[in-house]
Design a protein around this ligand. Structure first.
Ligand SMILES: Cc1cc2nc3c(=O)[nH]c(=O)nc-3n(C[C@H](O)[C@H](O)[C@H](O)COP(=O)(O)OP(=O)(O)OC[C@H]3O[C@@H](n4cnc5c(N)ncnc54)[C@H](O)[C@@H]3O)c2cc1C
Length: 456
């Protein structure tokens, strides 16, 4: 990019300070949490944009895209930059569009649908929704920082997925407004099943400018930690509660020892050599789950009925991919995988993995509901990184024994395990970003020269 491009963009946005070129700012806003992966850490270390623009309205984004299309400048969209796979890291310089300033919640409809700008933070949506009797159906453990546009662009599910499934299930995303990357960028609305063309596409086939998100009825969540002498008994108890339909819950997580030893701020709830189960359960269900934990041989290490405002630790800060963060703080040679175990043979799969990799493969399970209403032991095992071959050996072996892996050590949508086999994200790329200027390099199977590919 030239200095003319920079001043043109500032003129288009009508504000000098809407275009950032300070190297430190550009560096910061070009990066996400890609360094979770020792593989991506090396691959993406030197990648950054040439400028960052901060539009404040959908029309301003449109004007930026029109200009960038005309000049052939690559554009990478950023929400809050909490993605894990370098999703928001520009591979080819150009412009990062930072949508954090576009963070308005436009309305919470009485039927339980939040209508938001893309930069709206999930915590803000949760707080606004709760005021009128609703709450998020599912959210990542980064919900304090993460934006709704980034969650749709790069996330998959999280806290709440035990009840509502992943973000792409149960019509949780009801509608998307998308801006295309063409000579004359268009706003297009997607509803119902159409949204799957855009979800988890890493901003490669359009920029999400508005979201309609279905909510769930608000509940008062109690927190509970139960400790067990063995991983087996912890898993069995968690599985029982996860499958117990009458018990409303938002979180059922299992950690085998020594994972809890990484949770420095809450060591008082993490008895030595015990495997732990973390729960968020509906407040009225708490006494019953405590009683059942006792019968199952567990020890309640922490129990907190719902309080507003909440006091003390927030258990979700240790779950989902926050678990990996705590592990990395303790032992930098650790990393993670994203796995789906088979609910019918998970114990056998655990045993085989232990036999093959010993404690280089530690179990962290997050129970979720799948799109067929089945409770699945998914999880983000903590694994020791020796080299890439060893990591790939773990991934291959998981797949060989029927454990699905969404590989978090690749930087392309296709490799991450959420690419649709019916190719609709790719087809949308050909339709809405025909020159491949949006987040270039992140859809490996896209080729702007292939004029027939859009039909495939
Ligand atoms: C500690 C930790 C824990 C995490 N836990 C979870 C978890 O529980 N569940 C989960 O799913 N993920 C998790 N993640 C990943 C990440 O936090 C979530 O996916 C989050 O929702 C991303 O939001 P963001 O605003 O930071 O997006 P960004 O990182 O800014 O962007 C993510 C992707 O979406 C694209 N994008 C951003 N905005 C738009 C837009 N408006 N239109 C089109 N594309 C866009 C970006 O280009 C990028 O490809 C975790 C990450 C960390 C570091």
């Amino acid at each position: 990019m030239t200095s003319t491009h920079i001043s043109d963009l500032a003129a288009i946005l009508g504000r000098e300070d809407a275009v950032l070129v300070d190297p430190q700012m550009v560096e910061r806003l070009s990066k996400d949490f890609y360094w979770y992966s020792p593989v991506l850490k090396i691959l993406l270390e030197d990648k950054r944009a040439e400028a960052v623009v901060q539009p404040r309205s959908r029309e301003e984004i449109q004007n930026v895209l029109r200009y960038c299309f005309d000049k052939g400048i690559p554009v990478t969209t950023r929400g809050s930059g909490t993605g894990n796979y370098g999703q928001a890291v520009p591979l080819d310089g150009g412009v990062v569009i930072d949508l954090a300033p576009m963070d308005r919640i436009l309305t919470i409809e009485p039927s339980g649908v939040a209508v938001c700008e893309p930069g709206a933070r999930l915590i803000a949506i949760e707080n606004e929704a709760r005021k009128v009797g609703w709450e998020l159906r599912c959210y990542p453990s980064t919900y304090v920082k993460a934006s709704i546009g980034g969650f749709l662009g790069g996330g998959s599910g999280g806290i709440g997925s035990i009840t509502y499934g992943g973000l792409r299930d149960n019509q949780t995303v009801q509608g998307i407004e998308l801006l295309t990357m063409e000579k004359e960028p268009r706003f297009i609305r997607f509803e119902g099943e159409e949204v799957h063309q855009i979800l988890h596409s890493w901003g490669t086939n359009g920029i999400i400018t508005e979201v309609r998100l279905a909510l769930g009825p608000k509940r008062d969540w109690a927190q509970l930690v139960v400790a067990f002498a063995s991983y087996d008994t912890a898993y069995t108890f968690a599985e029982k509660i996860a499958n117990d339909a009458p018990t409303s819950k938002r979180l059922v997580t299992v950690f085998e020892w020594p994972i809890p030893s990484y949770f420095t701020p809450i060591q008082r709830f993490c008895p030595t050599r015990q495997s732990l189960v973390f729960f968020l359960v509906d407040d009225p269900a708490l006494p019953d789950v405590v009683r059942r934990a006792d019968l199952a041989g567990g020890t309640v290490a922490f129990s907190q009925p719902h309080t507003e405002p909440r006091k003390g630790p927030l258990l979700t800060d240790y779950t989902w991919n926050h678990t990996t963060l705590w592990a990395l703080k303790t032992a930098p040679d650790l990393t993670y995988l994203q796995c789906g175990f088979n609910p019918d043979s998970a114990r056998q799969q655990f045993r085989l993995l232990r036999e093959r990799f010993g404690t280089d493969f530690l179990f962290h399970i997050e129970f979720v509901k799948n799109d067929r209403d089945r409770i699945i032991p998914a999880g983000l095992p903590i694994v020791r990184f020796k080299d890439e071959d060893y990591l790939n050996d773990m991934i291959d072996y998981c797949r060989e024994i029927g454990v699905s892996v969404a590989n978090p050590h690749v930087n392309q949508v296709e490799g991450g395990g959420r690419f649709r086999s019916d190719n609709i994200q790719l087809q949308a790329k050909y339709r809405y970003d025909p020159c491949g200027l949006l987040n270039p390099g992140k859809i490996a199977t896209f080729s702007p020269e292939d004029t027939t590919a859009a039909q495939k």
